[in-house]
Structures are given as C-alpha cells and as structure tokens.
Design a protein around this ligand. Structure first.
Ligand SMILES: C[S@@+](CC[C@H](N)C(=O)[O-])C[C@H]1O[C@@H](n2cnc3c(N)ncnc32)[C@H](O)[C@@H]1O
Length: 253
C-alpha cells in the first residue's frame, strides 16, 4: 500500500503538467516548427509504425507532439494524457490544423477503451510511478500490436565521455543564456522519490523493462535522422555542442 505522501504523487504530477502546459511548446523540442525537423519525425514515425490508417494510441500525448504528426499522415489517433491542461493545448492545435484526434483524459495505467494497432509514447515512461504496470496495461490494449517508445538521453548520463562533456556544456550554455523557461517548475524531491526512472531512463533500462513485460523481445535503434535535422537548425556554437541522443525501442508485431 502506498503511503499517503506517495499516493498524492499522481495528483501532483497532473498539477505540474497542467501548469507546464502554458509554456511547454516554447521549446522546439516539444513543438518542432522547422519543416526539415517535422518531416524527419514524420519519416521516422512512418518507418517505426504499421502503415496508415493503423489505429495508434499516444500515451502521455501532452500538447500533441506525436499525435499531430501521426494524424497528419492518416493514422487514426487517440491521444491520452493525465493532464487536462496539456490536452486542451492538443485539442486547440488539432482544430487549427484541421486534424481529427480522439482525446482521452486518463492515467497511463488505464488506457481508453479499444483495441489498437500500436501504442506510442514519447518522454512519458520516466515520470510513471509504476512503468511495468503501465506496459502491461498497454499490451492489453494492443495484444496483437506494436509498442514504440521514443526516448532521449538528455543529460548524457552513462554515455561516452565526449557525449557527457557536450551535455554539460549544453546545460552551461542554457544557464548563461537564461532563455524563457519552458518548464517553470521542477519535480519536487517527493515526486522524484516515487519515480523509478526520474531524470530519464537509459536504453539498457528500457530494454530490461520491456523484456520483463508482456511485450517481450525489444528492438532498439538510435534516431540519427532526427539528430541530423535538429543539428542543421542550430547556430555555429550550438552545432559544436551538438544535440542529445534520441532512440526508439519497438516491441511486438
Ligand atoms: C514530457 S511530457 C511529454 C508529452 C509529449 N508526449 C511530447 O512528446 O511532447 C509528459 C506527459 O506525460 C503526461 N503524464 C504524466 N504522467 C502521466 C500518467 N501517469 N498518465 C498519463 N499521462 C501522464 C503529462 O501530463 C505530460 O503531458
């Protein structure tokens, strides 16, 4: 039985993202505006997923990063998230772009009704108190389908020395420049303590987690096309510092 403090964490997480929704899309990593970057994501998603019009459930959809790119390619998309604030942004963007996306306000442990061809997520697993239970629930929602986890190694932890050095240099450059924050708050110690992968999961963590779940054997690859598209949009100093590694884990059919 979780203690009282731990039991309140899902509400704290929902409130955090409700507040974050106002500024989340300030970061181009959250809402890519460059055509090359958007097109690189579209190509990558198309390659990783069954062909449209497959039905795709985007868990922790946020302001719609994956959902909108998928709907624009003819996928039948359901976007699920715990935060009504994030989903309100998604709905508004889908309406502006005249894209059809079904929206469900729910926790990752309770996927919306339906049998999906694929479950996708980007940057959700690190903030789940029980990622193993979530993976089992997602498998039940797509028993014959595919799982696609899109993740990144933001802080360079447990990577090669040069990558760690560049990650620290990027953080330092951000501190010096003090851009308008896209995350006005940070998770509290209590929230982090309830999350087994707080701060981000490594590729090894992800493979272990998925292979211990009903999804079974995992396949993993680095998303170099995305890194290429992002790096080409950087200024001279930033292109020396590079960008963090992105990777995708797939499992199932
Ligand atoms: C880092 S954002 C990622 C959003 C989006 N997938 C993207 O790539 O931009 C994490 C999202 O997960 C959602 N989230 C956090 N915990 C959740 C949970 N237990 N169930 C469903 N969604 C959750 C948050 O509300 C937030 O929208």
């Amino acid at each position: 039985m979780p203690g009282t403090a731990e039991a309140g964490v899902p509400n704290e997480i929902r409130d955090f993202w409700d507040e974050d929704a106002a500024t989340y899309d300030r970061s181009s990593a959250h809402y890519p505006r460059r055509p090359q970057e958007r097109a690189a994501w579209s190509a990558t998603l198309r390659r990783l997923l069954p062909a449209p019009p497959a039905s795709v459930l985007d868990m922790g959809a946020g302001t719609g990063f994956l959902s909108l790119l998928l709907a624009a390619q003819g996928y039948r998309v359901t976007a699920a998230d715990i935060s009504p604030g994030m989903l309100a942004k998604l709905r508004a963007k889908a309406a502006d772009m005249e894209l059809a996306v079904t929206v469900a306000e729910t926790d990752a442990l309770h996927p919306p009704e339906g049998r999906f061809d694929a479950i996708v997520e980007r940057h959700l697993v690190w903030t789940l108190p029980d990622p193993a239970a979530a993976l089992a629930a997602w498998h039940a929602a797509a028993p014959d389908g595919r799982l696609v986890l899109i993740e990144g190694t933001w802080d360079g932890r447990r990577t090669a020395v040069l990558s760690q050095f560049r990650a620290r240099a990027r953080m330092l450059a951000a501190l010096i420049r003090q851009p308008e924050p896209h995350h006005p708050r940070q998770y509290t110690d209590q929230m982090n303590a309830a999350l087994p992968f707080n701060g981000g999961l490594t590729p090894d963590d992800a493979v272990r987690l998925v292979e211990a779940s009903p999804w079974g054997r995992a396949r993993i690859e680095r998303l170099r096309d995305i890194e290429w598209a992002v790096t080409e949009g950087l200024g001279p100093l930033d292109s020396l510092l590079g960008t963090h590694a992105r990777w995708a884990l797939t499992a199932g059919r």
